[in-house]
Write a protein that binds this ligand. Sequence first.
Ligand SMILES: *Cc1c(COP(=O)(O)O)cnc(C)c1O
Length: 292
Amino acid sequence: MRPRLPSPLREAVDERFARHGVRLLLKRDDLIHPELIGNKWRKLAPNLAAAAGRTVLTFGGAYSNHLRATAAAGRLLGLPTVGVVRGQELAGRPLNPSLARCAADGMRLHFVDRSTYRRKGEPETLAALVRATGCEEAYVVPEGGSNALAVRGCAALGEELRGLADVVVLACGTGGTLAGLAAGLSPGQRALGVPVLRGGFLGAEVRALQEEAFGGPRGDWALDDRFHFGGYARTSAELDAFAADFEQRHALPVERLYVAKSLYGLMTLAGEGAFPRGTTVAAVITGTPGPS
Ligand SMILES: *Cc1c(COP(=O)(O)O)cnc(C)c1O
């Protein structure tokens, strides 16, 4: 599974940016690998290498891109995978398209109730969970895949953009990709994250991830919390219309859980005059629309 790296960078001519003197580039991380969605390749590849043949056990909700990517990676590399899925009530029901894909890729699904899922970070709960799945030797990857190895893997994204953009914008779930990206950029470049979950907790998470991965803060990054549309997988008619229109204009399939919100945020910022004339902005296309 040879990845396409560095991922392609192309200009998108869009009058909504051009009229403010802003040049828009699309950093096509969605083209890195046809089956390992976008930034998930950058995060998973170093972890699967570290797993060194052991079963990979990880966590996610019923629509998690991370679970899907882990399952695909397991199939491609011949590693067994186990997915601990939030929601005991899903057990015994037909799988949604996302989980069906995980299962088709050979991932063993283990459903747990929400309160256990919430406590999976506690060592005893985690140990009990791992035992319940029957894989004591498993290599455990956290929910969303953001650990130190993943964050360091994402520094390459920043390195690929050195000298090519003034501002880099991307959607954030756990913040792991942003933490690595910011570390890889050169001085004078900045990264702007658009959280797709609500709650305003992400700044602390990114700082903690940089501490874990690099031993301290790295790079110039900020968050704009205005574009989560009410939370994960929440949307609005306006956002859907924006995403459909962007697909038409730029012949780009727009992933709706993350990418649509970051592009919408970026367009709003350009409209507000947030970028001085002459700014080059790179939007990271972190993924592709999944099965649905
Ligand atoms: C997982 C994912 C993200 C979020 O990455 P984090 O490192 O968790 O912030 C962004 N975009 C897409 C398409 C994703 O699948």
